[in-house]
Every structure is written in structure tokens, then in C-alpha cells.
Design a protein around this ligand. Structure first.
Ligand SMILES: [Fe+2]
Ligand SMILES: [Fe+2]
Length: 243
């Protein structure tokens, strides 16, 4: 099955028509489009209307998580509603199933949050602000775990905005790694044995990495993949369907 994915398209009110030409023939190339957040620049509903129009009627299912930019103006609920009305399956600690020509695809999605990676990470200790920071990531990872566990599909993909591993952050300054992702997001991906993990957010990172458990990770931030979308071909496991 052919999975098209991109994140960090960062459309503004002046971006109408920028994304769409490259997606017009998507149905001949891919079976599904997954969006890894940061769909807008400043997280306004006005920008989300542009995103919604660019994504309407592509001829393939579209699923998305939001990114931190999509939260900037405290209009995330409105953005979620607008994109949902345009036919995009919006995921936040939830999962969706798509029955595609080559088999069933399950996508578990969550925005995620920061905190850093093994040996260099924040911990739930000290000031209430620090505890709240880490608890946000813990809750996010827990919801991803629940979403992944709910899937009984041939292929399982984890979709986040924040990075689950440091391997796809090469190129980013190490000082900001704790703001780019968290190892806590990786644990449910490995526990579930997902077939692929997609994220964005790390504009200066690299595309390919792998979790400690061997799950392929791809950073599909548009500045990294340098094209309208990346395309990944996954082969559904033979009978019986996974889990
Ligand atoms: Fe971004
Ligand atoms: Fe981001």
C-alpha cells in the first residue's frame, strides 16, 4: 500500500493554490495521505480554511494530526472542525482504519510533545511547571498507546508531530532536542510493533531513523523531504491480519 506523507506545510492566508497542484494527481500515486502537523503558520481558522480548500476532493483518504503552530492562536478546536468538515480524519490520541485496495491501514495519531531523549530528558520533578510539562508528554504517549492498541489492521502507522526518536533530528542543534520530541512517544510505538512511524516538526533534521525496537521512523517535515510529499510503500503482512 502506498502511503503519501508530509508535515510542516505551514500554509498562511496567502498560500492558496501553493499545495494543491502537486496533490491534484495524488490518487494515481498514493492510496492515502497522512499529514504530520504544522499545517498552518500561526494556527488561525483563517489559515485552516486555506488548508481545508487545498485538501478537499483529493480522491484518497486524508488523516492528520495538528502541530504546535496549529495551537499558537488557541484556535485548535476550530481548525480541527474546519479540516474535519473538509473530509480530513483528525487524530489526537485516536485511531482510524482505512480499507485500501491492498489491505487495511490503521493510523494512530497524536500531536505529542517535548521532553527529550534517554539520558538527556526532562523528568517529573521540582516545580509544578516542570511537572506539567512532562505530564503533558506522558498523557500524550498514553493516548498514543491506547490508540495503537485499538487497531486490528494489516498495517499500522503511528503519526505524530513531535519526534519519537533522536535519530531523525540529526542536523538540529542538540540544545533544542528536548523541544523537538520525547522518548516517551517511542515506547508505545515499539510496544505495538508499528510498521512505520511518521513525524514532522524537525525542519532541520533528517528523514530516516529507526526506533530501539526496529520500527522505521520517517521525518516528513516538508523542509526535510523537499517535495510535496514523501511516498512509502508498505506490504501488508500475509494472513492473518496483524493482532
Ligand atoms: Fe513546523
Ligand atoms: Fe512544529
Amino acid at each position: 500500500m502506498r502511503i503519501a506523507a508530509v508535515g510542516d506545510v505551514h500554509l498562511g492566508e496567502d498560500s492558496r493554490g501553493l499545495l494543491r497542484p502537486a496533490l491534484d494527481h495524488l490518487a494515481g500515486t498514493a492510496d492515502v495521505l497522512l499529514l504530520a502537523g504544522d499545517l498552518t503558520r500561526h494556527g488561525t481558522c483563517a489559515e485552516a480554511r486555506v488548508v481545508a480548500d487545498e485538501l478537499t476532493g483529493l480522491g484518497v483518504p486524508v488523516a492528520a494530526v495538528l502541530g504546535n503552530h496549529d495551537h499558537h492562536s488557541d484556535e485548535a478546536d476550530g481548525i480541527t472542525d474546519l479540516l474535519g468538515e473538509a473530509g480530513v480524519t483528525m487524530l489526537e490520541g485516536t485511531a482510524a482504519r482505512f480499507d485500501l485496495p491492498d489491505g487495511s491501514l490503521g493510523v494512530a495519531g497524536v500531536k505529542g510533545f517535548g521532553g527529550g531523549f534517554a539520558g538527556k530528558c526532562a523528568s517529573r520533578f521540582g516545580e509544578r511547571e516542570m511537572k506539567a510539562f512532562v505530564e503533558t508528554t506522558i498523557a500524550s504517549a498514553d493516548s498514543l498507546r491506547t490508540a495503537l492498541a485499538s487497531l486490528e489492521t494489516d498495517v499500522v502507522v503511528a503519526l505524530t508531530h513531535y519526534a519519537p526518536i533522536p535519530g531523525t533530528l540529526h542536523g538540529e542543534p542538540p540544545e533544542i532536542h528536548p523541544f523537538l520530541g520525547s522518548y516517551l512517544l517511542c515506547e508505545p510505538i515499539d510496544e505495538a510493533g508499528a510498521d512505520l512511524a511518521l513525524h514532522g516538526h524537525a525542519h532541520f533534521g533528517c528523514e530516516q531513523g529507526v526506533t530501539p525496537g526496529g520500527v522505521r521512523v520517517r521525518n516528513v517535515a516538508q523542509p526535510v523531504i523537499r517535495k510535496a510529499y514523501a511516498l512509502y510503500e508498505l506490504k501488508p503482512a500475509k494472513q492473518p491480519a496483524r493482532r
